[in-house]
Design a protein around this ligand. Structure first.
Ligand code: CAO
Length: 415
């Protein structure tokens, strides 16, 4: 049975951060009613379109398993319907620019008055303070949350990452806040406000870098490549290239075919527990007894030499051969998989992590399924809704409106 069956979500989200949150809740079985502006809808429906006149992949991949109603709460008739939806739902989620819901006439105080059991969840770019009124997109959050200053190669420009840690990452944080508040409501009987700021979410995901910031005051970060290169540390956590973020040194190394294939690389970790096996595999058995290499501490200043030697071995193998040889020896390695390889990966299809969905306008498309697997509540991925596809059905179900009443509010431009 679906874990969140019966939970009704009033989904006022748009673009990416909010929609990832409500999509997760929908996969867990919540009834997610996405409210969109009449005639317009979520801006992402029309962004980066690859099929003329069809909802974009940007939209379809973030709004699975939801129902769509068009509604303008700024119109008097729309405001009445919106009030009824607030009464009927358990959770309201939004990620508008700060103040937008208040300007619609629905402050948190008003929402509580309408439905004291309502859980009202928001994503904003920043928490309370100097920047609380700012509009924020993914890369702004990556920059303001510590990720960009620590990503990239030493001495080069800061980099943003392909993983959408600001948007999807904050959506995940918010989803956890919502289910926690739902759990709490079971005991208290009351709703509460849940807020997740994108800067905070990114910083949470960058906490090992804040760890290193504090370690810096006690001396150089010995596991960073620059330590072995005798490059002095400054006063903040530096960009670390592809160095491992943990206590076990690791690097990205070239594999066979790297000259032509931009993804013919592997990540290779010289975990201390398997050091002797690493020495054997790369043809350096003498390093096992050599006192210059025998302990992790002795190896730290020599990491560049060590990884250069490992790379001269990985370059003789494909990234998958490296995996096949190292895995049985418990040496942690990982091929750099392209999105093309991932899209074609049968294992990910078998676990419903990559799912093919059929859509009436665009035909078949691939989407990422629920990455969180519940043993008794498997998620079945369904296509995203067309704009306003469920308007009538929701007005009847939640507001008990007749066909004539629906016609009237439609003529008034409220839905
Ligand atoms: N009916 C009528 N009006 C509606 C509506 C509806 N169903 N839904 C939204 N609107 C209105 C809002 O009321 C708002 O109007 P006002 O500004 O006049 O009050 C307007 O549409 C647009 O809201 P917005 O300012 O949120 O949209 P934007 O495109 O200008 O900004 C974004 C987008 C993402 C920068 C901003 O929403 C934001 O900062 N959100 C919080 C942080 C966030 O989630 N960022 C990540 C987004 S994913 O990359």
């Amino acid at each position: 049975m679906e874990a969140l069956k019966g939970v009704k979500i009033l989904d006022m989200t748009h673009v990416q951060s909010g929609p990832t949150c409500t999509q997760l809740l929908a996969w867990f079985g919540a009834d997610v009613v996405k409210v969109e502006r009449p005639g317009v809808g979520d801006a992402t429906r029309g962004q980066l379109r690859d099929v003329p006149d069809a909802d974009s992949l940007y939209f379809t991949m973030l709004n699975s398993n939801k129902r769509s109603i068009t509604l303008n709460p700024k119109k008097p008739e729309g405001s009445k319907i919106f009030t009824k939806l607030i009464q009927e739902c358990d959770v309201m989620v939004e990620n508008f620019a700060p103040g937008a819901l208040d300007r619609m006439g629905f402050s948190w105080e008003k929402i509580q008055e309408i439905n004291p059991r309502m859980i009202y969840a928001s994503v904003k770019g920043f928490g309370p303070g100097k920047y609380e009124d700012c509009k924020v997109y993914e890369n702004v959050a990556q920059c303001a949350g510590g990720s960009a200053s620590t990503t990239g190669m030493l001495g080069e420009v800061p980099l943003v990452t392909g993983a959408q840690i600001g948007d999807s990452g904050t959506g995940l944080h918010l989803a956890l806040g919502i289910v926690t508040a739902l759990f709490h409501r079971e005991k208290s009987g009351k709703g509460q406000r849940v807020s997740a700021a994108m800067q905070d979410g990114v910083l949470n995901l960058c906490r090992v870098k804040l760890r290193d910031q504090q370690r810096l005051s006690r001396g150089p970060l010995k596991e960073y490549s620059q330590f072995g290169e005798d490059i002095p540390f400054g006063d903040s956590t530096p960009r670390a290239g592809n160095d491992s973020g943990g206590g076990q040194p690791g690097r990205i190394l070239k594999c066979k075919g790297w000259e032509k294939d931009p993804n013919a690389y592997t990540y290779f970790i010289t975990q201390a527990a398997v050091w002797e096996k690493v020495c054997d595999v790369i043809g350096k058995p003498e390093w096992k007894e050599d006192e210059n290499y025998s302990t992790p501490a002795k190896r730290l200043p020599r990491l560049n030499e060590i990884f250069d030697t490992i790379e001269s071995w990985t370059m003789t193998k494909t990234k998958f051969e490296v995996m096949d040889i190292c895995n049985p020896l418990d040496i942690p390695v990982g091929p750099i998989l392209s999105l093309k390889e991932l899209a074609e990966d049968q294992g990910l299809r078998d676990t419903n992590t990559i799912v093919e969905v059929d859509h009436p306008e665009r035909g078949k498309y691939l989407t990422v399924g629920n990455p969180i697997k519940l043993s008794d509540s498997p998620a079945k991925v369904e296509r995203s809704p067309l704009l306003g596809e469920h308007t009538d059905e929701i007005l009847k179900e939640f507001c008990q409106m007749s066909d004539d009443e629906i016609k009237a509010v439609r003529e008034a431009g409220a839905v």
